[in-house]
Write a protein that binds this ligand. Structure first.
Ligand SMILES: [Ca+2]
Ligand SMILES: [Ca+2]
Ligand SMILES: [Ca+2]
Length: 225
Protein backbone atom coordinates (compact mmCIF):
# COMPACT_ATOMS: atom_id res chain seq x y z
CA UNK A 1 0.00 0.00 0.00
CA UNK A 2 1.10 3.54 -0.64
CA UNK A 3 1.68 5.56 2.53
CA UNK A 4 -0.88 8.17 1.44
CA UNK A 5 -3.57 5.53 0.97
CA UNK A 6 -2.79 3.95 4.33
CA UNK A 7 -2.98 7.20 6.24
CA UNK A 8 -6.18 8.33 4.54
CA UNK A 9 -7.76 4.97 5.36
CA UNK A 10 -6.84 5.45 9.02
CA UNK A 11 -8.25 8.98 8.88
CA UNK A 12 -11.46 7.72 7.30
CA UNK A 13 -11.89 5.19 10.09
CA UNK A 14 -11.60 7.78 12.82
CA UNK A 15 -13.78 10.21 10.89
CA UNK A 16 -16.59 7.65 10.76
CA UNK A 17 -16.22 7.01 14.49
CA UNK A 18 -16.46 10.72 15.22
CA UNK A 19 -19.57 10.95 13.05
CA UNK A 20 -21.20 8.06 14.86
CA UNK A 21 -21.03 9.88 18.20
CA UNK A 22 -23.25 12.73 16.97
CA UNK A 23 -26.93 11.78 17.29
CA UNK A 24 -29.29 12.71 14.47
CA UNK A 25 -31.18 15.99 14.66
CA UNK A 26 -34.98 15.87 14.84
CA UNK A 27 -36.76 18.32 12.52
CA UNK A 28 -39.27 20.70 14.12
CA UNK A 29 -42.46 20.91 12.01
CA UNK A 30 -43.69 24.08 13.71
CA UNK A 31 -43.43 25.97 17.00
CA UNK A 32 -45.84 28.12 18.99
CA UNK A 33 -44.41 30.99 21.04
CA UNK A 34 -45.16 34.48 22.34
CA UNK A 35 -43.46 36.99 20.03
CA UNK A 36 -40.48 38.90 21.39
CA UNK A 37 -40.72 42.51 22.55
CA UNK A 38 -39.03 45.76 21.61
CA UNK A 39 -39.40 49.51 21.22
CA UNK A 40 -43.09 49.65 22.19
CA UNK A 41 -41.96 48.51 25.63
CA UNK A 42 -38.77 50.53 25.98
CA UNK A 43 -36.38 48.36 23.97
CA UNK A 44 -33.55 49.87 21.90
CA UNK A 45 -34.57 47.66 18.95
CA UNK A 46 -37.30 45.14 18.08
CA UNK A 47 -36.53 41.57 19.06
CA UNK A 48 -39.33 39.94 17.12
CA UNK A 49 -39.52 36.63 15.28
CA UNK A 50 -40.05 38.75 12.18
CA UNK A 51 -39.70 35.97 9.58
CA UNK A 52 -42.07 33.62 11.42
CA UNK A 53 -44.19 31.74 8.86
CA UNK A 54 -47.33 30.96 10.92
CA UNK A 55 -50.27 32.98 12.22
CA UNK A 56 -50.06 35.92 14.64
CA UNK A 57 -48.62 39.43 14.42
CA UNK A 58 -44.84 39.29 14.01
CA UNK A 59 -44.64 43.05 14.68
CA UNK A 60 -46.59 43.08 17.96
CA UNK A 61 -44.74 42.64 21.26
CA UNK A 62 -45.74 39.42 23.00
CA UNK A 63 -48.33 38.40 20.34
CA UNK A 64 -49.20 34.69 20.22
CA UNK A 65 -47.51 33.07 17.20
CA UNK A 66 -48.57 29.58 16.13
CA UNK A 67 -48.27 27.01 13.37
CA UNK A 68 -45.05 28.28 11.80
CA UNK A 69 -41.26 28.36 12.05
CA UNK A 70 -38.77 31.21 12.21
CA UNK A 71 -35.65 32.38 14.05
CA UNK A 72 -35.66 29.55 16.58
CA UNK A 73 -35.33 26.65 14.12
CA UNK A 74 -33.69 28.13 10.99
CA UNK A 75 -30.34 26.50 11.78
CA UNK A 76 -28.68 29.92 12.13
CA UNK A 77 -26.96 31.13 15.28
CA UNK A 78 -24.87 34.22 15.94
CA UNK A 79 -21.85 34.70 18.16
CA UNK A 80 -22.73 38.39 18.51
CA UNK A 81 -24.52 39.85 21.52
CA UNK A 82 -27.99 41.37 21.07
CA UNK A 83 -26.65 44.93 20.83
CA UNK A 84 -24.35 43.99 17.94
CA UNK A 85 -26.83 41.88 15.95
CA UNK A 86 -30.36 43.25 16.47
CA UNK A 87 -32.08 46.19 14.72
CA UNK A 88 -35.17 48.42 14.73
CA UNK A 89 -36.69 46.55 11.76
CA UNK A 90 -36.91 43.46 13.99
CA UNK A 91 -35.04 41.23 11.56
CA UNK A 92 -32.17 40.31 13.92
CA UNK A 93 -31.37 36.65 14.68
CA UNK A 94 -32.78 36.52 18.22
CA UNK A 95 -36.20 36.42 19.76
CA UNK A 96 -36.02 38.51 22.95
CA UNK A 97 -38.68 38.25 25.66
CA UNK A 98 -39.26 40.98 28.26
CA UNK A 99 -40.55 39.98 31.69
CA UNK A 100 -43.05 42.87 31.96
CA UNK A 101 -44.71 41.82 28.67
CA UNK A 102 -44.31 38.03 28.82
CA UNK A 103 -43.96 37.00 32.45
CA UNK A 104 -43.47 33.29 31.75
CA UNK A 105 -42.37 32.59 28.17
CA UNK A 106 -43.68 29.17 27.12
CA UNK A 107 -42.36 27.73 23.84
CA UNK A 108 -44.01 24.70 22.25
CA UNK A 109 -42.19 22.68 19.59
CA UNK A 110 -44.18 20.29 17.37
CA UNK A 111 -42.67 17.27 15.61
CA UNK A 112 -45.73 16.10 13.68
CA UNK A 113 -45.51 12.53 15.00
CA UNK A 114 -44.02 10.76 17.99
CA UNK A 115 -40.22 11.04 18.22
CA UNK A 116 -37.56 9.95 20.68
CA UNK A 117 -35.54 12.83 22.09
CA UNK A 118 -32.19 12.34 23.82
CA UNK A 119 -31.03 15.93 24.07
CA UNK A 120 -32.18 19.53 23.68
CA UNK A 121 -29.76 22.32 22.79
CA UNK A 122 -30.61 25.99 23.25
CA UNK A 123 -28.38 28.75 21.87
CA UNK A 124 -28.79 32.03 23.71
CA UNK A 125 -27.34 35.43 24.39
CA UNK A 126 -25.57 36.16 27.66
CA UNK A 127 -24.40 39.82 27.55
CA UNK A 128 -23.62 39.82 31.31
CA UNK A 129 -26.71 41.92 32.15
CA UNK A 130 -26.04 44.61 29.53
CA UNK A 131 -29.46 46.19 28.93
CA UNK A 132 -30.97 43.69 31.39
CA UNK A 133 -30.07 40.69 29.21
CA UNK A 134 -28.78 37.57 30.96
CA UNK A 135 -29.16 33.84 30.30
CA UNK A 136 -32.30 32.35 31.86
CA UNK A 137 -31.71 31.04 35.39
CA UNK A 138 -33.45 27.84 34.37
CA UNK A 139 -35.55 26.08 31.78
CA UNK A 140 -38.46 23.71 32.38
CA UNK A 141 -38.92 20.78 29.98
CA UNK A 142 -42.33 19.18 29.49
CA UNK A 143 -44.01 16.70 27.17
CA UNK A 144 -47.57 17.61 28.22
CA UNK A 145 -47.45 21.36 28.88
CA UNK A 146 -48.33 20.80 32.53
CA UNK A 147 -45.53 18.90 34.29
CA UNK A 148 -42.09 20.45 33.97
CA UNK A 149 -38.64 19.03 34.65
CA UNK A 150 -36.81 22.22 35.66
CA UNK A 151 -33.09 22.44 34.90
CA UNK A 152 -30.87 25.23 36.15
CA UNK A 153 -28.51 27.07 33.83
CA UNK A 154 -25.07 28.07 35.04
CA UNK A 155 -24.25 31.60 33.85
CA UNK A 156 -20.67 31.55 32.52
CA UNK A 157 -18.30 34.36 33.58
CA UNK A 158 -18.07 35.32 29.89
CA UNK A 159 -20.65 37.62 28.31
CA UNK A 160 -20.58 35.79 24.96
CA UNK A 161 -23.59 33.95 23.49
CA UNK A 162 -23.42 30.22 24.21
CA UNK A 163 -25.28 26.94 23.82
CA UNK A 164 -26.65 24.91 26.71
CA UNK A 165 -27.42 21.22 26.11
CA UNK A 166 -29.67 19.08 28.28
CA UNK A 167 -28.52 15.54 27.48
CA UNK A 168 -29.44 12.11 28.78
CA UNK A 169 -33.14 12.73 28.16
CA UNK A 170 -35.41 9.90 27.13
CA UNK A 171 -38.55 11.61 25.86
CA UNK A 172 -41.11 9.90 23.66
CA UNK A 173 -43.46 12.61 22.44
CA UNK A 174 -44.87 14.57 19.49
CA UNK A 175 -44.30 17.94 21.21
CA UNK A 176 -42.01 19.57 23.78
CA UNK A 177 -42.77 22.64 25.88
CA UNK A 178 -39.95 24.80 27.23
CA UNK A 179 -40.67 27.21 30.07
CA UNK A 180 -38.13 30.03 30.48
CA UNK A 181 -37.20 31.52 33.86
CA UNK A 182 -35.80 35.06 33.92
CA UNK A 183 -32.56 35.83 35.69
CA UNK A 184 -32.79 39.52 34.69
CA UNK A 185 -35.60 41.23 32.70
CA UNK A 186 -34.75 39.94 29.19
CA UNK A 187 -34.07 36.50 27.67
CA UNK A 188 -32.63 36.21 24.15
CA UNK A 189 -32.64 32.90 22.23
CA UNK A 190 -31.71 32.36 18.57
CA UNK A 191 -31.91 28.57 18.13
CA UNK A 192 -33.44 25.47 19.73
CA UNK A 193 -32.61 21.98 18.44
CA UNK A 194 -33.55 18.45 19.37
CA UNK A 195 -31.50 15.27 18.84
CA UNK A 196 -32.23 11.56 19.05
CA UNK A 197 -30.73 9.51 21.89
CA UNK A 198 -27.25 8.21 21.10
CA UNK A 199 -27.40 4.49 20.47
CA UNK A 200 -23.92 3.81 21.87
CA UNK A 201 -23.58 0.87 19.46
CA UNK A 202 -21.40 1.53 16.39
CA UNK A 203 -22.97 0.54 13.08
CA UNK A 204 -21.49 -2.40 11.10
CA UNK A 205 -20.11 -0.05 8.44
CA UNK A 206 -18.26 1.91 11.07
CA UNK A 207 -16.87 -1.24 12.66
CA UNK A 208 -15.52 -2.58 9.35
CA UNK A 209 -13.91 0.75 8.53
CA UNK A 210 -12.37 0.82 11.99
CA UNK A 211 -11.10 -2.72 11.38
CA UNK A 212 -9.51 -1.69 8.09
CA UNK A 213 -7.87 1.27 9.84
CA UNK A 214 -6.42 -0.98 12.53
CA UNK A 215 -5.10 -3.40 9.88
CA UNK A 216 -3.48 -0.47 8.09
CA UNK A 217 -1.96 0.71 11.36
CA UNK A 218 -0.65 -2.76 12.17
CA UNK A 219 0.91 -3.10 8.69
CA UNK A 220 2.51 0.27 9.07
CA UNK A 221 4.02 -0.72 12.42
CA UNK A 222 5.33 -4.03 11.01
CA UNK A 223 6.97 -2.24 8.11
CA UNK A 224 8.68 0.28 10.35
CA UNK A 225 12.44 -0.29 10.70
CA1 LIG B 1 -31.79 30.72 14.48
CA1 LIG C 1 -35.55 38.22 15.48
CA1 LIG D 1 -22.32 35.51 31.72
Amino acid sequence: MFPLFRSSLVAAGFLMLAGQAAAANIPVISYDIPNGSGQANGGSFNYWDKEYTGSGSVTTDGAALSGGVGNLTDGQTTNLNWFASENAAGTGPYVGWLSSVTAKPLLKFNFGSSVKIGSITIHLDDSNNTGGVNPPSGIGISTDGANFDVRTIVDPASGDPFAVTFAGLNLDTDAVWLSLFYDNIWIFIDEVSFAEPESGVPEPGVLSLLGLSLVALARRRRQAP
